[in-house]
Ligand binder design. Structure first.
Ligand SMILES: C[S@@+](CC[C@H](N)C(=O)[O-])C[C@H]1O[C@@H](n2cnc3c(N)ncnc32)[C@H](O)[C@@H]1O
Length: 218
């Protein structure tokens, strides 16, 4: 039930719903212009700030952005020096939105956007994988809020089981996470360990009464 969601998530869903009713809207995040299509995860709002991971994105090579939404993290990675990025999302609407934004910012020669359920359609290996995945371990009742729910932590489990195959030798993963649920951090860290990843907290911040951490995983 969405009523089980933490109050912050409920407020966020309400905001996404209200914004969607007004149609697509424009955000300016630093020098990046973002058009947020209806129901696509807003990277910047009173309740979200995807760019808080940007300081940790410092890669000169190849980047994979899993769960790209508007395409924000793939675009940040290029502006911070990456050579090329692939950006994937399971939702065709997000793929359309990210493609639009990549073109809007003139980055179509540097970023390829395509539909993929995690790594299913991904080929090759990367120096950096950024993954701001849905983090609420609650049943999903409405696909429009797919950017928030990971029932049974299933995406995270599949992500960690496969991620190593898509990382170059010295490659790493950057993943934000929050303690929106009891043991939220512990669950992520245990899953990483189970799949033989060493996790390091590279940054943490308080936001709207919860703690957000950026994890670096190797
Ligand atoms: C929290 S949003 C993050 C969006 C964007 N990366 C950002 O930081 O603003 C999570 C995104 O992951 C996508 N997603 C959820 N499950 C996925 C899966 N199995 N494979 C790929 N993308 C997925 C959602 O559609 C959503 O766009």
């Amino acid at each position: 039930m969405t009523s089980q969601f933490p109050p912050l998530a409920q407020r966020f869903m309400q905001k996404i719903r209200e914004d969607a009713e007004k149609g697509t809207y424009r955000l300016n995040i630093g020098e990046i212009r973002i058009d947020v299509f209806p129901y696509i995860f807003p990277p910047e709002s009173d309740l979200s700030k995807s760019s808080r991971i940007s300081q940790e994105i410092n890669c000169r090579g190849e980047v994979l952005d899993v769960g790209t939404g508007t395409g924000i993290l793939a675009m940040i990675s290029i502006l911070r020096g990456a050579n090329h990025a692939d950006a994937v999302d399971i939702l065709p609407e997000a793929v359309e939105c990210a493609r639009h934004n990549v073109r809007l910012n003139g980055l179509q020669d540097r970023i390829r956007v395509f539909q993929s359920d995690l790594f299913c359609n991904v080929e090759g290996s990367y120096d950096l994988i950024v993954a701001n995945l849905p983090i609420l371990d609650y049943p999903e009742e409405d696909i429009r809020f797919h950017s928030l729910s990971d029932p049974g932590f299933q995406y995270h489990k599949r992500f960690f089981a496969c991620a190593r195959d898509y990382l170059k030798n010295k490659g790493k993963i950057l993943m934000p996470h929050a303690n929106l649920q009891t043991n939220g951090f512990k669950k992520l860290e245990s899953l990483a360990e189970l799949n033989e990843f060493k996790s390091k907290i590279c940054n943490k911040q308080k936001f709207n009464g919860y703690t957000w951490r950026n994890y670096s995983l190797k």
